[in-house]
Design a protein around this ligand. Structure first.
Ligand SMILES: [Mn+2]
Length: 430
């Protein structure tokens, strides 16, 4: 793989912490993701199941992880199943993990070929009472496609109708919300590439370049830094395009006098950065652009301090909405007298600011979380306020990553240019 593998001790610790939470006589099974087909004989690139990766570090298709802390045979307490490699596979797809390599990556002693799974699983099911299985329970997931995990649940229901089935997702999500030092380091690495990409673009953007030119510059910078590439489909939106929240076409020409909004970041070792910057195409903010920019920047600074241990996410968002409302009034976009009379279910600021301001980030861009829990030390969240003014063909969104610390928060994007003056100075060095 292109990235430097996280140490096996990280994955071992994650497994130890997980099995400490499950009752005795419980067996856990997690499956890899499928390789998704496209057309004809084509397929999409492989993306490992985040939970399986979190517990094993194995970045390979057709992998199964089995955990059975109460197994009578100590060799069956942790078993990793990987695809058996052969000469044909080596010729067409390249080397797959050997058993030794699987052991080194994951820290799991017992590594077997996938073809052994049915037999081993049947043996262990006689001892097990409860089977903990994985499902995608992210609150915004659509789940339109059946996964290997969901196919496995169907198989188990048919073949072992009297075993108890239980959900592993709530436990893994609670663990994944709190980032360990290894995870924070991977996020920092992803963010270093993200910063390098942004600095490169500050030397590149001028009237006449296209949004896809900018995309190509970023992609080059990320990939040469051992990233797989963009952390998520990049939004590179000039002028009015920036008012489309999920604009992905990236096909327009950046014109003199417009702003360019870039919601772009690199991934690294399965960890995702997430950054947004908005810059003047010609390198100089107009007074109005700067006014809107400063308003959004003030909100970003305020939010970065408000994410503290114990804060309830919904209360935080409410508070942010109030700050944002005041800024939008300050920009003359809504009238304070109208605001005083507004329907509280349809606040006027929503015309200009219509999305949430923070989400968890990690193995997934919108990382999994338990919505009932308050913020806590060790969480990493985005802070991404934005103001979208269609009538002025102008939008500004700014986004940094905040690590919640015990005494203080750390902005993981501290070094990424953000102040309007700094952006202008860097763009004038072209
Ligand atoms: Mn984001």
């Amino acid at each position: 793989m292109r990235y430097v593998q996280l140490p096996a001790t990280f994955f071992t610790t994650n497994r130890e912490r997980l099995v400490a939470m499950i009752p005795e006589k419980s067996l856990v099974v997690l499956n890899a993701n499928d390789i998704m087909p496209t057309n004809a004989d084509g397929s999409m690139g492989f993306m490992q199941n985040s939970d399986l990766y979190y517990l094993s570090g194995v970045d390979q298709e057709d992998t199964i992880l089995l955990l059975f802390p109460g197994a009578s045979d100590p060799k069956r307490r942790e078993v990793l199943f990987v695809r058996e490699t052969n000469e044909y596979l080596a010729t067409w797809e390249g080397a797959k993990l050997s058993k030794e390599e699987g052991r080194a990556v994951s820290g799991i002693e017992t590594v077997l070929w996938l073809s052994d799974f049915d037999r081993v699983f049947r043996d262990l099911m006689f001892e097990a009472e409860t089977l903990y299985l994985n499902s995608n329970e992210h609150v915004r997931a659509g789940n339109p496609v059946q996964t290997r995990d969901s196919r496995f649940i169907e198989t188990v229901r048919n073949q072992y109708p009297l075993h108890r089935l239980a959900r592993i997702a709530p436990m893994i999500y609670r663990m994944r919300m709190i980032k360990s030092p290894e995870e924070v380091e991977a996020l920092r690495e992803a963010t270093r590439s993200t910063e390098a990409g942004f600095r490169r673009v500050l030397q590149f953007v001028k009237p006449g370049v296209t949004e896809y030119d900018v995309e190509a510059e970023l992609s080059h910078e990320y990939i040469k830094r051992r990233s797989r590439g963009f952390s998520y489909p990049p939004i590179i939106a000039s002028g009015l395009n920036a008012c489309v929240l999920h604009y992905l076409e990236n096909n327009a020409t950046c014109e003199d006098g417009e702003m360019l909004l870039m919601d772009v970041a690199a991934e690294y070792a399965y960890y995702h950065s997430d950054m947004t910057r908005t810059i003047p195409v010609n390198g100089k903010f107009t007074p109005r652009q700067r006014q809107v920019y400063e308003a959004v920047l003030r909100v970003l600074r305020a939010c970065s301090k408000m994410l503290r241990p114990g804060v309830i996410p919904s209360e935080y968002q409410e508070e942010v909405n109030k700050i944002m409302e005041a800024e939008i009034i300050g920009l003359g976009l809504i009238d304070p007298e109208e605001v005083a009379k507004q329907d509280p279910d349809k606040p006027l600021y929503k015309k200009y600011f219509m999305h949430g301001v923070s989400h968890q980030i990690g193995l997934d861009v919108h990382d999994v979380y338990d919505p009932t829990l308050p913020y806590a030390e060790g969480m990493v969240l985005t802070v991404e306020p934005g103001i979208y003014i269609r009538e002025e063909k102008l939008a500004v969104r700014l986004e940094n990553l905040i690590l919640i610390g015990r005494d203080d928060n750390e902005d993981l994007m501290e070094g990424v240019p953000l102040e309007a003056d700094e952006i202008e100075a860097l763009m004038q060095q072209q």
